[in-house]
Structure formats: C-alpha cells, structure tokens
Write a protein of this length. Structure first.
Length: 327
C-alpha cells in the first residue's frame, strides 16, 4: 500500500488502516523499517497529542480488569481510548498468548476503544520494542487517551515511564510485606499507586495498604514535576468500578498543573531525545548482526572467552575497535 494513503487513512480514523500501520511499525523487516520511518514522519506532521498513561503492576493484581473498567468509564464520557497491551514472549519459542482482547471483552466491543496486544519479544523494560511508535500512530489517529500496559513490575519495567505522561502502579492488598514487594526505583517514578481489589473482605486490608504507601511516599524526595500532595496512593475496585472517577480527577489535576508550569512540554522533549538515543544504539547493535565479518570475529572471540583464554572486556574492546574503524 502507498505510505501516503496509509497515513491519510490513519489520520482519518480508519481502524483497519490503524491496525495495518501498527503492524508495519512493529515489523523487523528491513524494507518495512524504511516504510515505517516514512509513515511515522507523515503522522508526526499531524501534530496530534494524546494523554499517555502507563500502567504496571504485579501479576494477578487485576491490570486488565482495571483497564477495562477505566476504559469503559472514559469511553462513556465520549473519549476515544487506545490500549496497547504488551504480553510477555516465551524465551524458548518466542511466542505470546496475546489474550488481552479476550480479557477485555466489553472494552474491545466499545465503539470508542481500540485494543492492540503486542508481544514483548524478550524486550526488557516491560514494553515491546516498537510500543513508542505504536503510541505515535494512535495519537495521529485521534485517540484522546492511550493506555500502555506493561508485562509486569520490577526494576526493568520502568521504561514505560519514558513514554507516558502519567505512570500508574497497581498493587494488591494483603500481599505480605507490601513495602518490600516493590522496589524503590519504580515507586520513585510512579505518579499514583493504586491499591486494587478494595472490595469485599479485602477492603479493610486495601485501606491499610494504601495508608502504608501514602506514608512511604511522603518519605521520598519531592520531584519538581509534582505539585504538593503528589505522588499519592488511592484505593480502587476495578471489579465494582469504584474509585475510578477519583483516579481520573487526580490525573486531570496533575496534568493541568504540569502543563501550567512547563513540565509537560519539557518532559515530552526529554522523552523524544531519549527515544532518539535509543534508536541510535539499536542501529549500532543491528550493524553487529548484519555484518558477516563482525559476526565471524564475534564467534571467534566468544570461543576464546568461553575457553578462558581471553578476558570479556578485552574481547568486547576488539569488536568496538572494528566498529570504530568501520568494520
């Protein structure tokens, strides 16, 4: 398909064109990468922006249930919502289940919603290799909110914060020593900690957990992009759809404050710069895979390292020297 026609279809809101565009930007084929770069350039010219909300959480915390309930609330208010859900890929086969559309049955049928599951392809950071490009495509398609769901939670899952405006961390109550259950690093980048499943027998436990995290957040160093009282901890029940309006209200207040104080634009510029540096690094690594002479040298050096006759750092320096000399 003509790339210009594809871009025009995406900007016009054609869902089939949107799906084809995301498939193109996620492709690893060399010819597709060239087409994807052209497409992204055309889409960037639209100047459209969406509110990017990253969401992470421990397995079983109810991320899909929360996203469905939250997304239904937003579409009920007339907003268009895109969900980019990343499923973990098998380290053995490379396959992914991609079952988010099944888990979000109501939202997948909502007229104002679009759900796109993608494999992580063993990419660290909790997001797929091309999730950032998929966000750009969804923004150009005119979505008001883009929800980015990561594969899990941990020190390596913080990459989603580098492509989102608001980062939500979902936790479950009564999980033992809650404050030890999440690393400090991810707490420091979270804009809100949401204690899910605050219903039934777990309601009181959720309130206690929320109070624990609220106290812990007050001990963290204040960030310049936050007004007084942020980040904060809240209780929600995705199953009973309680607390969702408060979460949306708090997100709106935080976004408004950041826009008014220049943090929104500054963060967007920093993110774009970070993406650029990442693309350069990936391009350098791609050269290692594409150059047969470098691959042969790496195989030989790897054997020496494995036998213990060559230090790892020395072997790596030899490859870097070849790159500096242009092969």
């Amino acid at each position: 398909m003509n790339i210009t026609e594809l871009a025009e279809g995406v900007i016009a809101g054609d869902r089939r064109m949107l799906a084809r565009a995301i498939t193109l930007v996620e492709s690893r084929r060399k010819d597709h990468r060239r087409d994807a770069a052209e497409l992204l350039g055309l889409l960037a010219a639209s100047g459209r922006q969406a509110l990017r909300i990253g969401l992470s959480g421990t397995p079983g915390v109810g991320k899909s249930t929360f996203i469905e309930s939250f997304g239904m609330m937003l579409t009920g208010q007339g907003l268009r919502v895109a969900v980019l859900a990343v499923d973990p890929s098998s380290a053995r086969s490379g396959g992914s289940i991609l079952g988010d559309k099944t888990r979000m049955d109501r939202l997948s049928r909502a007229p104002g919603a679009f759900i796109r599951p993608s494999p992580s392809q063993s990419q660290l950071g909790g997001v797929a290799r091309r999730t950032r490009d998929a966000v750009t495509v969804c923004e150009a398609a005119g979505f008001d909110v883009v929800l980015i769901e990561t594969v899990g939670v941990g020190q390596s899952e913080t990459m989603v914060a580098q492509m989102s405006d608001i980062f939500l961390l979902l936790l479950a109550p009564a999980g033992g020593d809650e404050l030890q259950g999440v690393k400090r690093g991810i707490m420091e980048i979270a804009d809100m900690i949401l204690i899910n499943k605050a219903d039934g027998e777990l309601k009181s436990a959720a309130q206690r957990t929320c109070a624990d995290y609220a106290g812990a957040l007050r001990l963290l160093r204040k960030r310049p992009q936050d007004p007084e009282g942020y980040p904060r901890a809240l209780t929600v029940s995705a199953m009973e759809e309680r607390g969702l309006n408060e979460v949306w209200d708090q997100i709106g207040r935080l976004v408004e404050w950041r826009r008014a104080n220049g943090h929104w634009d500054r963060t967007r510029r920093q993110q774009a710069t970070s993406w650029f540096h990442d693309e350069v690094r990936v391009g350098v690594l791609a050269r290692l895979d594409e150059d047969p002479q470098i691959q042969a040298a790496m195989t030989d050096l790897a054997e020496q390292v494995g036998r213990g006759t060559l230090a790892v750092s020395a072997a790596a320096e030899r490859i870097l020297d070849r790159l500096r000399r242009g092969g």
